[in-house]
Design a protein around this ligand. Structure first.
Ligand SMILES: [Zn+2]
Length: 240
């Protein structure tokens, strides 16, 4: 059985992960963790670029981010559904990769595949821990699920923001591997355009999240559980 992944990000389409949590993945790689990315569809229904170009871009971006593994489940884009059949496909991947932490996207984004990806991956993560569901690999339940909260205006404050100041330029480099979709563009995925070129738009957004924790750049996340604190004296982010 292969060594477990520490962190696995799951998303509907190639490029979602770079846009929402790419800096955090790079930071985890730099900390020595084994980090992976899994897209559920090839993004073949996207307006710009082909699925082949996206697959090439995803592989290039994986190298930029230093990922241990990047895979695509090959489910149909723009028709992603949380079905038992799809759950079991995902269970097989989760058991083989054995992630300790799962980073999911956000069910409140506008593209319906994103909500489906969250429901599907969350259900599969539970089923992967059930011994009576058949299949080889790591059966133990993973430790934590966190949800990306970037580019959303109507949700509660993030549970936490990861400081990606030292990783931001590489995040951008990973995003711009998707040249066929993003070159000369002013919008992408869940990002609403404000007239700036895409790299500047991403920079503005990450600066905003960084400002919430008094750093240059950040990526926001949400957890359904309340997070525990051991030592209140070392709590970060100055209050006054
Ligand atoms: Zn997407």
């Amino acid at each position: 059985m292969a060594e477990r992944l520490d962190v696995l990000a799951v998303a509907a389409h190639p490029d979602d992960i770079e846009l929402t949590c790419g800096g955090t993945l790079i930071k985890c790689v730099e900390a020595g963790y084994r980090v992976g990315a899994l897209e559920l569809t090839g993004g073949e229904s996207g307006t710009l670029g082909s699925a082949g170009q996206r697959a090439e871009a995803a592989a290039a971006a994986a190298k930029v981010m230093g990922l241990t593994v990047r895979e695509n489940l090959g489910l149909p884009d723009a028709r992603l559904e949380d079905t038992q059949e799809n759950r079991l496909k995902l269970v097989r991947v989760f058991r083989r990769l054995g992630p300790r932490v799962l980073i999911l996207q956000n069910e409140q984004w506008r593209h319906p595949d994103h909500a489906a990806s969250v429901a599907l991956a969350r259900a599969a993560a539970f089923l992967a821990g059930l011994k009576k569901i058949e299949g080889e690999g790591h059966v133990e339940r993973l430790q934590k699920i966190m949800y990306c909260q970037a580019y959303i205006e109507h949700t509660p404050k993030p549970s936490f923001v990861v400081d990606i100041s030292a990783q931001f330029e590489r995040k951008l480099e990973a995003i711009m591997c998707y040249r066929s979709q993003f070159e000369g563009r002013t919008e992408a995925g869940e990002l609403f355009p404000n007239g700036q070129p895409l790299p500047e738009l991403v920079r503005t957004q990450c600066r905003h999240y960084g400002s919430l924790i008094r750093t240059a750049y950040g990526e926001p996340f949400y957890t359904r559980e309340t997070l525990a604190v051991e030592d209140i004296v070392t709590l970060g982010v100055k209050s006054i």
